[in-house]
Design a protein around this ligand. Sequence first.
Ligand code: GL7
Length: 823
Amino acid sequence: RLQPTHPIALAPVQSPEPTVDGFVTQYLRNLNNGRGVALSTSTVNDRYFALAATVRDYLMARWLEDVRRQRSTQAKGVAYLSAEYLLGRQLDNNLLATGLTDIAAEALVACGLDLEDVRALEVEPGLGNGGLGRLAACFIDSLATLGVPSIGYGIRYEYGIFRQTFVDGQQVEQADSWLALGSPWEFPHPEAAQTISFGGHTEQYDDEGVTRTRWVPSWNVLAVPYNYMVPGYHNGRVNTLRLWSAQATQGFDLRVFNAGDYQEAVRAQTYAENISKVLYPEDSTPQGKELRLQQQYFFVAASISDFVNLILPSDFDLAKLPDRVIFQLNDTHPVIGVPELMRVLVDEKKLEWDAAWQITRQCFAYTCHTLLPEALEVWPADLLGRLLPRHLEIIYRINDEFLDEVRERFGDDEERIRRMSIISPDGAVRMAYLATVAGSKVNGVAELHSQLLREKVLPDFDEFFPGKFTNVTNGVTPRRFIRLANPGLSRLITDTIGPGWLTDLDRLRELEDYADDTAFHAAFRAVKASNKRVLARTLADRDGFTVADDHLLDVMVKRLHEYKRQTLKLLHIITEYDAIASGRVTPDQVTPRTFVFGAKAAPGYAMAKRIIHLINAVGSVVNSDPRVEGRLAVLFPPNYNVTLAERVVPAADLSEQISLAGKEASGTGNMKFALNGALTIGTDDGANVEIRELVGDENFFLFGMSEPEVADLQTRGYHPIDFVRADENLSRALDLVSSGAFSGGDGSVFEPVVSNLIHHDPFMALADYTDYIAAQKRVDALYADQDAWTRAAILNVARCGFFSSDRSMRDYIDRIWHTPPLV
Ligand code: GL7
């Protein structure tokens, strides 16, 4: 075996010089050698790719060193299994992490280029639907920043979350071809592809006197890994995100091709590659069954095999696996990993069942992200058995043994057995139950959510497994959502309390001392005003909108879902509009407000799409009515995504978090707004509860029923019409919609929305309307006193340091993972 002898080959990788000269040299090298173009003939795309490559070059030595160290120390690490990572743009984040932003800007100027032009070219990888996917992206950022050995595993969707457009006010989806120009951030490794199997049957065989089971699958695909760097902030650490792409085991059939049947020749290829073709554009309701299960098994099996067969040394003692890794299950999507690890240990590594189960139970932990029963995935046993026959057998055995334990504890309490069975009465596998039985810990994502999870969703399991349930309140990364999104506020904070707060967000508390400081107030307001101008410019360029700079900016951005109650927000807008238009109040009696919406509806969710149509319809009437001109405006920029969030969040005055209590597991937008100095109007739901506790009642606009009140009303029987009769403003607002005021006189267009509210209103928007309007009056009153408002906004920033995802990660590490940072 040859050994390297050349001194360069023996030395660690060299980074380019962190100077303008060093950057320019490396940049031009990448442009010339990497893109094969001269500066003078390069396109903006070439320039963007070369810039990304240069930033990568600065990260490379650290990345290779971290990968080496994580393997050589064999320290325990986190393998985060998530079907979604809503990453957002990478360039700015990676420049920030390396501290190269200013050097890069100067270097580009020295090359006659503008960083701004180049930066604008990046298409964000939208490999997630909403909060859940963005949370995963925040978590891997924090893990790298804390220096915790970890790897994120997921799917490299060829098409991410759809691009939303509006045609006549209605949502039309377009494919998100984010890879059309390639991605400069990924490192494909086709040579390290894993073979992932599906279908077929199982059989018993004799293995030197031992009867074993093996799976004889009927088809395979290749899982090709693409690696992405995940740099820590200013700490020289770079972790890995590994996303899997599906490829056919056999490209195409040459004989069939030569015989002229071109479609048939590539059929197998198309079928296989569909697995990583597109992100399921759902928020919380599972559909699109079979392909989705294929996706889940595909990435989880590839990840487990990657860890067990490639990352671990070949002589690793698998009994020690729990000392080496924790597989964190991000929702039910990766839960098929539980029977997969069992299959690997028992069938492939030939461990005894009990020993394998002992290991498996310590290697997984499960995070639940919902309370909506329809969002807890179940897989019909026949589908699962057809696609993964061995896994179904394993699940049945896990269930049998589990139910035996239940019987041992509780006797033949058949009612309880039925409730706790992993297999539902109609023969479907309840993935949340499987995760709960197998997981060493189960956590919800905010205090209230974790409490309801224990008390209402999984009470039998909480009783059966004392100590298994815990809470970890979500968090957001302050690097992207304060430092990058809000450079003005970041500068002000650093000037006021010094550096260091970005990795120790509790230090924001020190700003409390400035809550009554006149100079600080002025600077704080100037930052907000400047952020509004930046947003105005963005929306002018992007959508041709005009944003008034003297309006209260009232923002509701999140997925469109009835439980989030965008309709309640609309009813408030219509009420304000109606009051002026009908002459009951004069325009100068209302606070000038611009309402901003951002929301995508799942393509199959008809009611959500109608609500989007209604928002646009109300917007176009309000925005063109001279009676409210200069007082009310409704803006709904299409295709809300991470990039737009980075502009909207820092500009907002008011953050709308108005879900029906008990329905929003946590919310994370709420945290981003509060940390950027918006006040929240919200229900006692999800993480709103903790935000209000921290910022104080007087700095939060609480309204609506509490979760117990909701439950109580439900039991007593909810009749939305009673609430319509009791509030004249509400009935006027609904009548206005029914009259066709927002649909050219045709009342039938939005009739389904109105009648659903009046007759069903499953998320009780009408029950909370009156109190919501009252809370909005308190908003107006406080806003009229700019000093008082600014004080409250400052205190929101100062008291929300708790919502850093660094803190969330520390909580996971202390309570669930036990994976200290690598020093
Ligand atoms: C969600 C919850 O709805 C949301 O409240 C939570 O903040 C987020 C992250 O924990 O997870 N669950 C879910 O399925 N989606 C979410 O955003 C899509």
